[in-house]
Design a protein around this ligand. Structure first.
Ligand SMILES: NC(=O)c1ccc[n+]([C@@H]2O[C@H](COP(=O)([O-])OP(=O)(O)OC[C@H]3O[C@@H](n4cnc5c(N)ncnc54)[C@H](OP(=O)(O)O)[C@@H]3O)[C@@H](O)[C@H]2O)c1
Length: 316
């Protein structure tokens, strides 16, 4: 294609040709969303048979990643991991000069911030723009208001393709900043949050289960409490950013007493104490550092540094 491969600047978003490389579960959902929105969509997958559903929905199957890239100014990659992205970039490099020149490659493969920055440098060296994205959704949610996709990279690259990218997450397509590593960092932070909430629920369900209470009986109060705690986040964020932790609600000392009850109850019922022990270890170090009268947010100081080696910790 010639200069107009991105469509004229003011063309309706649906005219933007898109290439999707990697048609696993997520890649198929991405291609499906672009096709439903009317984008000319070219797809490539290492195992060609997986392109069948997208082709039936109107996509063109390319015989190689180079051929797919040549068809679009917006190239979306979604493969298993960073090693697979490296393989793809190696293959594009080997294809001769310039397959990525003037294009924007959007990598929606999960990875780390360092991997995103490495990809960005490689694509820049090949003359292309690079956005690193994280999909905070499962494949069936792609293209619906439930989906969120966040991006890090040069703002102009994001804005150039924002209308097409919005197809994937109509209500939550967010440019986080120019650091290519930001999407991976946010992704990791949200996953950690998710596991903490789920682990708290599972530990509580185990505790109550040992007393004969069904998880279903616990779930409504657990959900309500999760919402209550979510309401505290902004206030604690202000304390963290200010570096001052006034205990307007409860002191860390009061929390530690409750943590002791949780551990005691768990041990008494034959339930794992690993989760309460972890929290008590962190809180114990904060008490040892003289933070007993501060708010729970002061624990950020413990999360900000590596765990001490050799078992030093101050847990009770
Ligand atoms: N599924 C989810 O709920 C979800 C949610 C958020 C983010 N993600 C992320 O999206 C990415 C893809 O996930 P998925 O669920 O689509 O996985 P998947 O169904 O296992 O698909 C993996 C894809 O990667 C391709 N691939 C693997 N190694 C490759 C290589 N060396 N060269 C070229 N292609 C290669 C596979 O090709 P073949 O078909 O030839 O094997 C396939 O298309 C992952 O990074 C995942 O973390 C997934």
């Amino acid at each position: 294609m010639t200069d107009d491969r991105n469509g004229p600047r003011n063309a309706p978003a649906k005219d933007t040709p898109v290439a999707v490389l990697g048609l696993g579960l997520m890649g198929r959902a991405l291609a499906g969303a672009f096709l439903r929105a009317g984008h000319p969509t070219t797809v490539w997958n290492r195992t060609p048979s997986k392109t069948a559903a997208a082709v039936a929905a109107g996509a063109r199957a390319a015989a190689s990643p180079e051929e797919a890239v040549a068809a679009a100014g917006l190239v979306v990659v979604c493969v298993s991991d960073h090693a697979a992205v490296r393989d793809l970039l190696d293959r594009l490099d080997a294809a001769g000069p310039g397959p990525l020149a003037g294009r924007v490659l959007v990598d929606l493969t999960s990875g780390t911030a360092a991997q995103a920055r490495e990809n960005a440098a490689r694509v820049a060296a090949a003359g292309g723009g690079y956005l690193d994205g994280a999909i905070l959704a499962v494949p069936p949610a792609v293209g619906t208001p439930e989906a969120a996709v966040v991006y890090g990279g040069v703002r102009a690259d994001f804005e150039r393709h924002e209308p097409a990218l919005r197809v994937l997450a109509p209500d939550a397509t967010v440019h986080l900043g120019e650091d290519h590593g930001l999407a991976a960092l946010y992704d990791a932070a949200v996953l950690g949050l998710m596991w903490s909430v789920l682990n708290g629920f599972l530990h509580g369900a185990a505790l109550l289960g040992a007393a004969g209470v069904d998880a279903a009986a616990f779930a409504p109060l657990a959900a309500r409490s999760t919402v209550t705690v979510a309401g505290w986040l902004e206030g604690y964020a202000d304390q963290i950013d200010a570096g001052a932790y006034p205990a307007d609600d409860a002191t860390l000392e009061t929390h530690v007493a409750a943590m002791d009850h949780l551990a005691e109850q768990s041990a008494g019922l034959g339930v794992s104490t690993e989760l309460p022990d972890l929290v008590r270890t962190l809180a114990g170090r904060a008490l040892a550092a003289g933070q007993g009268g501060a708010s729970y947010a002061s624990l950020i100081e413990q999360f900000r540094r590596p765990a001490p080696s050799g078992g030093e910790g101050g847990g009770e």
